[in-house]
Design a protein around this ligand. Structure first.
Ligand SMILES: NC(=O)c1ccc[n+]([C@@H]2O[C@H](COP(=O)([O-])OP(=O)(O)OC[C@H]3O[C@@H](n4cnc5c(N)ncnc54)[C@H](O)[C@@H]3O)[C@@H](O)[C@H]2O)c1
Length: 279
């Protein structure tokens, strides 16, 4: 007997960073499961950071949701800016009759800096996106969940929170903060029947175009080919060829945590990490 994910059809989903990379993959999977999907994404560059989403990628992501027979809404927004977040989440709520059932805080960026040479632009960009952006979006998206006594929040952290990583201290610290937000919100929101969990992905195989861009982006700074950088960053995984992480591995975990199959799971920091964090 197979196990199917229950309770996803008809749900209203808000995903940050959904115009490319893992967030785009999650958006398509939610649409296939019968969910309407609102996508928040920056659609412009951030100084000193590798290429992020574009307006064309947002249009293509919305179309991908619509092509699967669901409502897709594109909300260009820099989650570092609280006013922009308030306006974008407000538009999602207007479009979805005041309901967001599932929030996926996926948008995130990384950079490579030694602490003694830390660029202020990258320090602020990483902390403001990964930490404050996650807080801003949740602040405005959670009210309706509290009012309706129902909701699922999934934060995308990282397997880097399992150990130290040279040149990534801003990113590692920001992702530790995401784990802290997760357990704190799980405790705070439990009485409103809201589940809050985090996923810690291993290094994800990079893709071109709308594929996952973080490793390719960092590989540029390292003067490496993206596939070589992927192998280098995957060095902390369990030994053996099997242990390489693709976007779909994370999407499967996101949809599971969003489904009613995971109703009794909250406050969990779930590694989908090729064993990295257990070593
Ligand atoms: N790629 C990896 O190896 C890896 C590993 C562990 C965790 N993660 C995490 O997974 C998530 C997705 O990463 P990805 O691999 O898909 O990278 P990606 O760069 O392909 O996608 C990130 C998305 O977030 C958006 N974004 C970035 N800053 C934003 C901002 N300030 N406001 C709004 N949108 C913004 C980008 O435009 C992009 O669409 C991130 O949180 C990342 O930290 C990635």
């Amino acid at each position: 007997m197979g196990i199917e994910l229950r309770g996803l059809a008809g749900k209203k989903v808000l995903i940050t960073g959904g115009a490319k990379g893992q967030g785009f993959n999650h958006a398509k999977a939610f649409a296939e499961a019968g969910c309407d999907v609102a996508i928040i994404d920056i659609c412009k560059p951030i100084d000193q950071i590798y290429g992020l989403s574009t307006p064309e990628m947002m249009a293509s992501a919305v179309k991908a949701v619509e092509d699967r027979g669901q409502r897709g809404i594109g909300l260009p927004c820099d989650i570092r800016n609280e006013d922009e977040v308030q306006a974008a989440v407000g538009k999602a709520l207007d479009a979805f009759d005041g309901v967001i059932n599932i929030l996926v805080n996926n948008a995130g960026i990384a950079a490579l800096d030694f602490i003694h040479q830390m660029r202020s632009e990258t320090l602020h960009a990483v902390i403001d996106t990964c930490l404050k952006g996650t807080m801003f979006v949740t602040k405005y998206a959670v009210d309706n969940m509290i009012g309706r006594r129902e909701g699922k929040i999934i934060n995308i952290s990282s397997a880097v929170t399992g150990s130290g990583h040279a040149m990534l201290s801003h990113y590692v610290a920001a992702k530790h903060a995401v784990n802290g937000l997760t357990t704190s919100w799980a405790t705070e929101l439990a009485e409103f029947n809201i589940n809050v969990n985090a996923i810690c992905p291993a290094t994800i195989r990079p893709g071109e175009g709308q594929g996952s861009g973080m490793v390719s982006g960092l590989s540029g700074e390292m003067g490496m080919d993206p596939e070589d950088a992927f192998e280098t960053f995957s060095g902390g995984n369990m030994a053996g060829e099997k242990w390489r992480c693709e976007m779909q591995h994370i999407t499967d975990a996101v949809l599971f945590l969003a489904s009613t199959n995971a109703d009794m799971i909250t406050g969990t920091i779930l590694p989908v990490d090729c064993g990295q964090m257990s070593k």
